[in-house]
Unconditional design. Structure first.
Ligand SMILES: Nc1ncnc2c1ncn2[C@@H]1O[C@H](COP(=O)(O)OP(=O)(O)OP(=O)(O)O)[C@@H](O)[C@H]1O
Ligand SMILES: Nc1ccn([C@H]2C[C@H](O)[C@@H](COP(=O)(O)O)O2)c(=O)n1
Ligand SMILES: [Mg+2]
Length: 220
C-alpha cells in the first residue's frame, strides 16, 4: 500500500505529465472533436463496423478495450488491476480509461472519433462529461442477441483472455445491468441510432452507411 507521501508524489507526477501532454498536443477543449460513441454487447460487431466507417468516412477509431489491453502490455503500474478486471468482465475505473482516451485523441490529431465500447456504465458517462466536456453527436448502438454474440466471441480466435464462456456470461450481465442504462439515457435525449446487428456484416454496414452518409451522397 502506498504512503500519503507516495500518493502525493504520484498525483504531482500525473499532473506534470498532463501539463506536458497539453503543451505538446493542446487540450480537448481546443480540439473540440466530433465524437460518436459506438455501443453494443460483447461481440455485437462494434470493432468490425468501426473499421468500415474509418475506411469510408475519415473517422479515427478508438476502442476503450484495445487501449486498456495496450496499457496492460506496456507494463504500466495499472496493468495488473486492468488485467484482473477484464478477466472478470468488470469495468475499469473511469479515471484510467478516460486518461487513455484523452491521450489517444490528443496525440492523434484528427478531430473525428469513433469511441468504441465507451461509456460502458453511468460512472464512465458522467466522468467523461465532467472531464472532457464533450457531448457525442450520436450513439451508434449495435443490437444483437446473446446467443449470436456468444457464437461470434467463441469463434473470434484473437487470443483474448475474456473470450471464454465463463467470462462472456459475466460480460453479458454487466452489459445488461450497467451499459444498457447508458444507452437508455442517450435514447431519452434522441441520440441513439439503433442497428439490427444480427445480420451479415455487409448488411449491417449498409445500415451504418445510411447513418453516416448524407442521403444524396454515396460512400464506396
Ligand atoms: N455481422 C456479423 N456477422 C457474423 N460475424 C460477425 C459480424 N460482425 C462481427 N462478426 C465477427 O464476430 C466477432 C466479434 O466481432 P467484433 O470484434 O467486431 O465485436 P465487438 O463488438 O467489437 O466485440 P467486443 O465488445 O468483445 O470487443 C469477430 O470474429 C467478427 O469477425
Ligand atoms: N469503457 C470500458 C471498456 C472496456 N473495458 C474493459 C472491460 C471489458 O470487458 C473489456 C473489453 O472491452 P471490449 O474490447 O469488449 O470493448 O475492457 C472497461 O473496463 N471499460
Ligand atoms: Mg471490440
Amino acid at each position: 500500500m502506498g504512503t500519503v507521501v507516495d500518493d502525493g508524489k504520484k498525483e504531482a507526477q500525473q499532473e506534470a505529465l498532463q501539463e506536458a501532454q497539453q503543451e505538446a498536443h493542446g487540450s480537448l477543449a481546443d480540439l473540440n472533436p466530433t465524437v460518436v460513441f459506438v455501443l453494443g454487447g460483447p461481440g455485437s460487431g462494434k470493432g468490425t463496423q468501426c473499421a468500415n466507417i474509418v475506411e469510408h468516412f475519415g473517422f479515427t477509431h478508438l476502442s476503450a478495450g484495445d487501449l486498456l489491453r495496450a496499457e496492460i502490455k506496456s507494463g504500466s503500474e495499472n496493468g495488473t488491476m486492468i488485467s484482473d478486471m477484464i478477466k472478470e468482465g468488470k469495468i475499469v475505473p473511469s479515471e484510467v480509461t478516460i486518461k487513455l482516451l484523452e491521450r489517444a485523441m490528443l496525440e492523434n490529431g484528427n478531430d473525428k472519433f469513433l469511441i468504441d465500447g465507451f461509456p460502458r456504465n453511468e460512472e464512465n458517462r458522467a466522468a467523461f462529461e465532467d472531464v472532457a466536456k464533450i457531448e457525442p453527436s450520436f450513439v451508434l448502438y449495435f443490437d444483437c442477441s446473446e446467443e449470436e454474440m456468444e457464437r461470434r466471441l467463441l469463434g473470434r480466435n484473437q487470443g483474448r483472455e475474456d473470450d471464454n464462456v465463463e467470462t462472456i456470461r459475466k460480460r453479458f450481465k454487466v452489459f445488461q445491468e450497467s451499459s444498457l442504462p447508458v444507452i437508455e439515457y442517450y435514447n431519452s435525449k434522441g441520440k441513439v441510432r439503433k442497428i439490427d446487428a444480427r445480420r451479415p456484416i455487409e448488411e449491417v454496414y449498409e445500415s451504418v452507411k445510411a447513418i453516416f452518409a448524407p442521403k444524396d451522397e454515396k460512400a464506396d
